[in-house]
Unconditional design. Structure first.
Length: 502
C-alpha cells in the first residue's frame, strides 16, 4: 500500500487561500483525470468541501508523488505553486488512513463532530468510481472511512461535541439568543438549492421561521426543494412551513422582504453585493479601500514535504499561521434588520455588507474564528480510540489482502498437480471403477489441502502484521509460482463489479 494524500484545509490555510483554491465540479473531474495520467499515480480521489481540498492517490514513489500531486493541485486550483505550498500538508500510508478516518468522524471539521462530511466523502467516492479513478485501495479506504464515521456517531456522543455548519451559523446569527426564539416568525431567503442550501432550508424550517423563499439558477431544483420542505412538514405531523420558489432575477425584490438570508451556490463570483443589500434596506453605500494584502511567506521547497510527514505537518502549520492575516469586516451596531449567512466557498456575499447599519453577516471566515474556541466534548477521546483501532484493522486487512492472490495461485497450482496425477493414474489403472477413482481423488485432495492449510493460514497471519509484505514474495519464490497467475488473480479481484459498492 502506497497511499498518499496532499491537501489544505481550514487548519492549515487562511480562508482567503481556501476561497481562491476552491474546485468547481468540472475542475475536480479534470484533476482526477490528470492525476491518473501522471506517472506516479495509479488511483486517485478528490475530497473538496467548503473548508478543505484533498487529493488522495496510490503512488509508487513518495517524493515524485508529492511533487506531482502538489503541482496538480496548484494547476487546477488556480493558486500558484509557490504560494500554495506553505499551506499544504502531506500524509502517507497509515497516517493518510488515520487522517481520512479522523475527517470522516468529524474530528478535523471546522465544527467538531458535524456529520455533513460523511455525505461529502460518499460523493468523492462516487465520483472516483464513475470516472474509474478509484481502484481497489481507494474503494476500500473510502468505504471503510464511511463505516468508521457512522460507527463514531452511533457508538459515541460525538454529535454533542458539535453540530452542522448550518446550525452553528444560525447560532452565530442569533448572537447568544435561543435560535428557535430568534427565528420564530422570520421570513427567510435561501439562495441555492444544492446539498448545503437544502440542509439550510430544512434547518430553518425546523427552527421555526414563518416562510422560506428559495432562489436558484435552475428553477426546477428550487421547486423540488420547496416540494421536499412541504412534504417534510406534512410527514412530521406539524404545520408545513410556507415555502415557494422564485427566479434568481427576483432576489433583489425578495431581499426587501427578508429577515434572514442563507446563501450557498457554486458561483465563482459574488451573488449578493454590498450595494444590492444596501439598496434593499434603503441605505447609502460607500465602498471603502481594500486593506493591503499580506506579504506571502517564501515558497517552501517540495523536498520539505517529507519532513512534514514525520512531524505531523507542524512545519506547514507553523508557516501558515505565520502568514495568516484574517480580516473580518467590522459588524454594524444597533438592531439587526437583515441577517446574512454565507456558507459558500468562494463566498457569495460581499464582506462589505457587514458594515451596513442593521446588517449582521456570518461567513465561513467568521465561523472558523468562532469555532476555534468551541469546547470539545469528552466523547472526542473515545472517537480517537475508535479511529486508532480502525486504522490498525485497515492496515492489517490490506496487508493480508496483498498476499491473498499468491495463496490462491498456490492452491491453483496444487489443484493442477492433483488433476495431473489423477489423470496419470487413470492411464496406469484403467480398470478402476468410478467409485474407486472418486475415492482416490478425494484422498489425494485431502492430503494436499491438509499440507497447505497450516502454512497458508500462518502466512496470512504473518502478512497482516507490520513488515509482513515480504511473505508473499517468499511464498512465490519457494513454490516457483507463475507471476502471471498471481497477477491474473489480482486483476480478477480488482475488476469485481461488487467491490466498493454500497
Amino acid at each position: 500500500m502506497s497511499l498518499l494524500v496532499v491537501g489544505l484545509s481550514h487548519r492549515s490555510a487562511p480562508v482567503s487561500v481556501l476561497e481562491r483554491a476552491s474546485l468547481a465540479a468540472d475542475a475536480q473531474v479534470k484533476l482526477l483525470q490528470d492525476t491518473l495520467a501522471a506517472e506516479p499515480a495509479t488511483e486517485a480521489a478528490v475530497l473538496a468541501t467548503c473548508n478543505r481540498i484533498e487529493l488522495y492517490a496510490d503512488v509508487d514513489k513518495f517524493h515524485a508523488g508529492v511533487a506531482e500531486l502538489s503541482t496538480l493541485l496548484a494547476q487546477h486550483s488556480g493558486v500558484g505553486l509557490d504560494e500554495l505550498t506553505p499551506y499544504l500538508y502531506v500524509h502517507y500510508e497509515d497516517r493518510a488512513v488515520h487522517h481520512l478516518f479522523s475527517v470522516a468522524c468529524g474530528l478535523d471539521s471546522m465544527v467538531v463532530g458535524e456529520g455533513q462530511i460523511l455525505g461529502q466523502i460518499k460523493d468523492a467516492l462516487a465520483l472516483g468510481q464513475e470516472l474509474h479513478t478509484a481502484g481497489r485501495l481507494l474503494n476500500d479506504l473510502f468505504q471503510q472511512a464511511l463505516r468508521v464515521g457512522k460507527r463514531a456517531h452511533s457508538e459515541t456522543g460525538i454529535d454533542r461535541a458539535g453540530q452542522s455548519l448550518v446550525t452553528f451559523g444560525l447560532e452565530q446569527l442569533a448572537d447568544g439568543r435561543d435560535p428557535a426564539a430568534w427565528a420564530k416568525g422570520k421570513r427567510a431567503l435561501v439562495i441555492g438549492a444544492g446539498s448545503m442550501s437544502s440542509l439550510a432550508a430544512a434547518t430553518l424550517a425546523r427552527t421555526g421561521v414563518a416562510e422560506i423563499v428559495v432562489a436558484n439558477r435552475t428553477r426546477a431544483r428550487a421547486d423540488r426543494l420547496v416540494e421536499i420542505l412541504s412534504q417534510a412538514g406534512s410527514q412530521a405531523g406539524g404545520t408545513s412551513v410556507a415555502a415557494h420558489a422564485v427566479e434568481m432575477a427576483s432576489v433583489s425584490d425578495e431581499l426587501t422582504r427578508a429577515d434572514v438570508v442563507v446563501s450557498c451556490t457554486g458561483a465563482t463570483g459574488l451573488v449578493l453585493s454590498a450595494e444590492a443589500v444596501a439598496a434593499a434596506l434603503g441605505l447609502d453605500f460607500a465602498p471603502h479601500e481594500a486593506p493591503t494584502a499580506p506579504v506571502a511567506a517564501p515558497a517552501v521547497e517540495l523536498d520539505q514535504h517529507a519532513a512534514w510527514v514525520e512531524n505531523g505537518s507542524a512545519t506547514a502549520t507553523a508557516q501558515a499561521q505565520a502568514v495568516r492575516r484574517v480580516t473580518v469586516p467590522a459588524q454594524s451596531t444597533g438592531p439587526v434588520r437583515l441577517a446574512l449567512l454565507d456558507l459558500a466557498m468562494p463566498r457569495d456575499i460581499d464582506g462589505d455588507a457587514a458594515r451596513l447599519d442593521g446588517v449582521r453577516l456570518v461567513d465561513i471566515e467568521s465561523l472558523a474564528e468562532a469555532s476555534a474556541d468551541a469546547p470539545m466534548a469528552a466523547d472526542v477521546d473515545q472517537v480517537r480510540t475508535i479511529v486508532a483501532d480502525e486504522v490498525a484493522a485497515f492496515g492489517a486487512a490490506q496487508r493480508a489482502a496483498h498476499i491473498t492472490p499468491t495463496v490462491v495461485a498456490l492452491r491453483t497450482m496444487a489443484a493442477g498437480v492433483v488433476a495431473g496425477e489423477i489423470a496419470r493414474l487413470d492411464g496406469r489403472l484403467p480398470d478402476l471403477d468410478e467409485k474407486q477413482r472418486a475415492e482416490i481423488s478425494q484422498t489425494v485432495r485431502r492430503v494436499v489441502d491438509k499440507l497447505l492449510h497450516a502454512p497458508t493460514v500462518r502466512v496470512k497471519q504473518l502478512a497482516s502484521e507490520p513488515g509482513g509484505a515480504g511473505y508473499a514474495d517468499a511464498l512465490r519464490e519457494l513454490f516457483d509460482l507463475d507471476p502471471q497467475t498471481v497477477a491474473a488473480v489480482s486483476r480478477a479481484d480488482l475488476n469485481d463489479p461488487n467491490r466498493g459498492r454500497s
